[in-house]
Design a protein around this ligand. Structure first.
Ligand code: ADP
Ligand code: SF4
Length: 700
């Protein structure tokens, strides 16, 4: 199909200093959990984005010196010439696909703990970051930078920029954002210096200016020099010289960088979950930048709609459409727009599982795109899949995220697929969950798969069909996939975090009961030790129904795990806005006769509250009854011609939607595959090329 002419503007080339991007699609720097120990995975992951049409593809954060060490979080390094080869794999993969490669050079200043290098961190005035995320906490406070440190910083940046050039990068960054070192100079609360680097904004910004100058000098006109800067705090500060300190700063440095990459200041606002922020949420902070510079401007906003992108360009907000998450959810987003296939875009749902991967120090994962991070190690391509290796038919029982992804991927391979769904509508858990407050955008998991399945003639979906083991034997497909989901349990736990058994009785519910139409009466308590979104979302749902709600958790925070997905700060704000009473470090120990008994997790001190309903959001168990019933009848299976019965998704092991999608996809990839091809390749750092090794290679 031809591209819609309305979107032609997105495919105009953009000049960035000495280089030219082939279009306006810019995959911005973002952490992807791949360090220099995974150079092949990293190269293939970024090369795939370039193949999908992004005009520029950037690295994540790359440390310029061991004084900036974020271990155990996964950061890249460009500390010495040995690191060049690792990055060169990526630039080559990106160049092979006709895109430009950008590198985000980074110094963490007072925000890192230097656990690996054991060098004291440094910041402009010794001020530390007040981390609220345990991953970022530590006991090491930074030392004050002296003049020699400042000279060193400029040298490290220049050396790293020269190495970046040698590695083949086209765009080299100065990074003054997100609490990292140059950003620390910009804010007077971090920077209390009385020398030329403190005081007025011009002085506080001096280090950024000098970093830009040394970078320009180091790359000698061969690479563009980009400035990535966080403007949220600065925009909130009055200035005597301009509309805000952000305006003053951009005015001061207007045309010094070849590119402005503008963003917000902290991960939960910069990379806000869709539960709490819409597409384009950065605009009120960064909308002015283009009025003050002649250089191109790139920014992000979880853009997936080409019309919104065109709007950003035409309204003069951005020149380049930046994307981290949308480029993860669909590395082929630009090509799909180019080919008039925008309805095929696998839109990011804003769940931030990708970000949680970085916090977990593992390669990037995505709810929508199970192939991300698996390009090299499993050889999975987001748009291509091997054709069927046999004429087998597959029965998929259940149409939640696991069943749908499995059916779609098997269908694409060319298998005959039959999907049986007990309910009248497909979608599994998504049928209920996407109707809960803030989770509407998660419906894209279902919508995209439904749309893609409709294009396949070899996948039949039978709604309103609850299958028994006998039904399955009668249908006699070659392979049977059990994707029947899971059930929440009414389990309680002891202070030692071990189960104490089930609690039954009137007024006790699980999320399944509410999904099936139960209407708890108030006052209601939501007891959450699942720690993800379900507890707080249900609390909001019940409060919106006008009930008096109490939220109880043995963890230290509401939805404690969601610190990983950037949801936690807004979750606490939401609970407060709805007047929901919050009990942290607290267990439910009993519920009966209209009374709820709570105990402090550590002291066991008890408290009692009038309460008519209790919703327990904790343990889950897979619905694997069918699997058990079928595998207990091997002879019947044989007679029915059924070769395999496999559990996938929540039926196998209850998890988040990301786990279900991945599980369904993996089954489809691996059906009929050569057993030798299963598992995954192990990446390894490129070994240092010592003289002894060179000799060996020559001999060989
Ligand atoms: P997952 O997250 O693993 O995809 P879900 O709970 O979202 O699991 O979806 C499971 C789906 O399976 C639900 O839509 C449910 O109605 C369906 N289901 C459960 N048991 C049967 C059955 N015996 N026959 C057909 N469909 C079933
Ligand atoms: Fe978007 Fe979620 Fe995928 Fe991240 S994990 S790219 S937020 S869909």
């Amino acid at each position: 199909m031809a591209r819609n002419p309305r979107y032609d503007i997105l495919f105009e080339p953009v000049r960035i200093g000495p280089v030219t991007a082939r279009n306006r699609f810019y995959a911005v720097p973002h952490a992807a959990g791949m360090t220099n120990t995974m150079p092949h995975m990293r190269a293939a992951f970024r090369g795939t984005k370039a193949e999908g049409g992004w005009g520029v593809v950037c690295t994540g954060y790359v440390s310029i010196d061991p004084t900036s060490d974020d271990a155990p979080l996964p950061y890249a390094t460009l500390w010495d010439d040995d690191d060049i080869r690792s990055h060169a794999l990526m630039t080559q993969a990106v160049h092979d696909q006709g895109a430009l490669a950008g590198i985000e050079l980074w110094h963490g200043g007072g925000s890192v703990m230097n656990r690996l290098s054991r060098t004291p961190p440094m910041s402009p005035s010794g001020t530390a970051w007040m981390a609220t995320h345990v991953n970022f906490m530590g006991n090491q406070r930074p030392r004050v930078m002296d003049q020699a440190d400042i000279r060193q910083l400029l040298k490290w940046q220049a050396d790293a920029a020269r190495r970046a050039r040698s590695a083949g990068f086209d765009i080299v960054y100065v990074y003054a954002g997100m609490g990292y070192l140059p950003y620390e100079f910009l804010l007077p609360e971090w920077n209390m210096r009385t020398d030329a680097y403190g005081g007025s904004l011009a002085n506080r910004a001096r280090i950024v200016r000098e970093l830009l100058e040394v970078t320009h000098e180091a790359v000698q006109g061969k690479c563009a020099v980009a400035l990535r800067i966080s403007l949220e705090e600065l925009r909130a500060r009055p200035s005597e010289a301009a509309a805000s300190e952000a305006h003053e700063l951009v005015g001061l440095m207007a045309d010094l960088p070849d590119l402005w990459d503008v963003k917000l200041d902290s991960s939960p606002t910069d990379c806000a979950p869709s539960r709490f922020a819409p597409e384009g949420s950065h605009e009120p902070v960064i909308d002015f930048v283009k009025t003050l510079t002649k250089r191109p401007v790139v920014g992000v906003g979880r853009f997936t709609s080409p019309d919104t992108m065109v709007g950003q360009i035409k309204r003069g907000v951005l020149d380049l459409i930046g994307a981290a998450r949308p480029s993860i959810a669909d590395p082929f987003l630009p090509n799909k727009i180019d080919e008039g296939r925008e309805q095929d875009i696998r839109e990011c749902i804003g769940c931030n599982i990708c970000i949680s991967s970085w916090h977990d120090s593992v390669p990037v994962r995505c709810t929508q795109n199970p192939t991300i991070g698996e390009e090299w190690r499993r050889g999975w391509h987001p748009e291509r899949i091997a054709p069927a290796a046999s004429g087998a038919s597959v029965l998929v029982v259940g149409s939640g995220p696991a069943g749908l992804e499995c059916a779609l991927s098997l269908g694409r391979r060319g298998y005959e697929v039959n999907v049986a769904e007990a309910a009248d509508e497909i979608g599994g858990r998504l049928r209920f969950e996407t109707r809960l407050p803030g989770l509407g955008a998660w419906g894209r998991v279902l919508d995209w798969r439904r749309g893609q399945l409709e294009k396949l003639g070899n996948v039949n979906i039978y709604r309103g069909n609850r299958l028994s083991a006998d039904d399955i034997l009668e249908l006699g497909n070659t392979h049977v996939v059990i994707a029947t989901g899971s059930r929440w349990a009414r389990l309680l736990y002891s202070p030692l975090e071990v189960p104490t058994g089930r609690i039954e009785g009137p007024g006790i519910y699980t999320p399944d009961d509410i999904a099936e139409g139960a209407q708890p009466e108030g006052p209601v308590a939501v007891y959450d030790f699942d720690n993800y979104y379900m507890g707080s979302v249900l609390a909001e749902h019940l409060a919106r129904r006008g009930l008096e709600v109490r939220y109880v958790t043995p963890a230290g925070h509401a939805s404690a795990w969601t610190i990983m997905s950037n949801e936690q700060p807004q979750t606490h704000r939401m609970l407060s806005a709805h007047g929901i009473a919050l009990h942290t470090l607290t267990r439910v120990t009993d519920f009966k006769a209209g009374e709820l008994t709570l105990a402090n997790q550590f002291t066991n001190a008890e408290s009692r509250y009038p309460c008519r309903s209790l919703v327990i959001v904790g343990a889950r168990f897979g619905n694997d009854f069918l699997h058990g019933a079928l595998t207990a009848r091997p002879e019947d299976l044989k007679d029915a011609g059924i070769v395999s019965v496999t559990r996938i998704g929540d039926a196998a092991a209850p998890g988040a939607i990301v786990h279900a999608v991945y599980s369904g996809h993996r089954y489809a990839r691996e059906l009929d595959a050569d057993p030798a091809s299963l598992g995954h390749r192990r990446d390894a750092p490129l070994a240092r090329r010592t003289a002894a090794r060179a000799e060996l290679e020559t001999e060989a």
